[in-house]
Design a protein around this ligand. Structure first.
Ligand code: OAA
Length: 164
């Protein structure tokens, strides 16, 4: 299955909200879904590193980086940690770096862009607060569905076993 989102929107039009941001795919896995965990931070990825070092089985990390294009909130080392800990994917309203390596990881990564400069880790940021992703309120525990057609969230776990 390569195109999940079109089928999901056809079947569950009232249960999904599209995140209307200009995400680009950077991970080797383009289609993924999972329960949302949230980090809100600005040009400091301390909390991204902290949370992705914890168990992420069945989970997706949503990072509200305030849309900053001036620092990278994820690089290959933190992505490797996410992979090792079973995370399904990471969606960032902000930038990533080490994009050639990220593309080789079996991990979902969507972000606004690439940027070679890392953040200064000062321990700033919040975990599991509600965030505004392009006008859509996203809260911890919601479900996220992503592929190259788009990224959407839902209050419910949607059954799509019947698709294919
Ligand atoms: O450490 C960082 O801030 C980002 C990075 O380059 C990595 O994850 O490898």
């Amino acid at each position: 299955m390569l195109d999940l989102l079109p089928d999901l929107f056809d079947h569950y039009p009232s249960k999904l909200q599209l995140l209307p941001l200009e995400f680009k795919p950077y991970g080797g896995k383009r289609l993924f879904w999972g329960e949302i965990v949230i980090v809100k931070c600005f040009e400091d990825n301390s909390k991204v590193k902290e949370i992705l070092a914890q168990d992420g089985q069945g989970k997706v990390l949503v990072v509200d980086g305030g849309g900053s294009l001036r620092r990278a909130l994820l690089g290959d080392l933190i992505a490797q940690s996410a992979l090792d800990n079973g995370w399904q994917g990471i969606v960032i309203n902000g930038c990533v770096r080490d994009v050639a390596r990220l593309n080789t990881f079996s991990l979902g990564v969507y972000a606004l862009g690439a940027m070679p400069i890392k953040t200064e880790k000062l321990g700033q940021g919040q975990i599991n607060v509600a965030v505004d992703m392009g006008g859509v309120m996203v809260t911890p525990g919601m479900m996220l569905y992503a592929d190259e057609n788009g990224i959407a969230v839902s209050d419910e776990m949607l059954n799509f076993a019947f698709l294919n």
